[in-house]
Design a protein around this ligand. Structure first.
Ligand SMILES: N[C@@H](CCC(=O)N[C@@H](CS)C(=O)NCC(=O)O)C(=O)O
Length: 203
């Protein structure tokens, strides 16, 4: 049985749980991090004191994108993780780009969701919204040429960007029109695991 440690309102935990659901894996998720804290046993598993961490048949792994790659490679097969080097790299490029995208969204999320209204930094929010809007043009461009970030079919290349895209679309900010990016976000919502795991209220 796969164990996933991490509170479900964490973007990086959502990514892993979402893939587990897409792949129909049996898993046991345990709340760690944020208000749940981290005990010494957890810090021994993950010396970064961050979530998520998984344990699969005695194998312990942290770093959410590495976990996605591992689960896709070990349990998902070609449908989730292409064997061809160039196709695989094209998928992984979006997973890694997802951290730039996350860096743009994170300050807006922390400010508008986890900071009291009178303590918010309006300039930081404005700068971050402008940065995310610029980056969304890159997504709009690629999604005008291919259906998914992973290519012709949904795959792990979509997951990291989508976890934060959901937050971007849920936050009360002004977003420029990006029709291809919006089409992709609508298509994600046809997937039950995306709705159930990712589209939970922001907290
Ligand atoms: N690069 C790491 C980042 C992990 C990370 O920053 N996790 C956050 C939650 S999204 C965390 O552990 N925060 C501390 C906490 O929840 O207590 C990964 O992708 O796994």
């Amino acid at each position: 049985m796969l164990t996933i440690w991490g509170r479900i309102n964490s973007h990086n935990v959502k990514k892993v749980v979402w893939l587990g659901e897409e792949m129909g894996l049996a898993y046991d998720r345990r709340d760690v991090g944020g208000p749940f804290g981290m005990d010494e046993a957890y810090r021994t598993l993950n010396p970064n004191a961050l979530i998520p961490t998984i344990e699969d048949d005695g194998f312990v792994l942290w770093e959410s994108n590495s976990i996605l790659r591992y689960l896709a490679a070990s349990h998902g097969g070609e449908a989730f993780y292409p064997a061809d080097a160039q196709r695989r790299a094209s998928v992984e490029r979006w997973m890694d780009w997802g951290f730039s995208w996350a860096d743009a969204i994170r300050p807006i999320f922390f400010q508008l969701v986890r900071t009291e209204a009178d303590k918010r930094d309006a300039a930081l929010i404005e700068r971050s919204v402008a940065r995310a809007a610029d980056l969304s043009a890159i997504l709009d461009d690629v999604l005008g040429r291919q259906e998914w970030l992973s290519g012709d079919a949904f795959g792990i290349g979509d997951i990291p960007v989508a976890a934060y895209a959901n937050t971007w679309f849920q936050l009360p900010v002004e977003r420029p029109s990006r029709p291809n990016f919006e089409r992709w976000y609508a298509a994600l919502q046809d997937r039950a695991p995306f709705r159930d795991v990712v589209m939970i209220p922001l907290s």
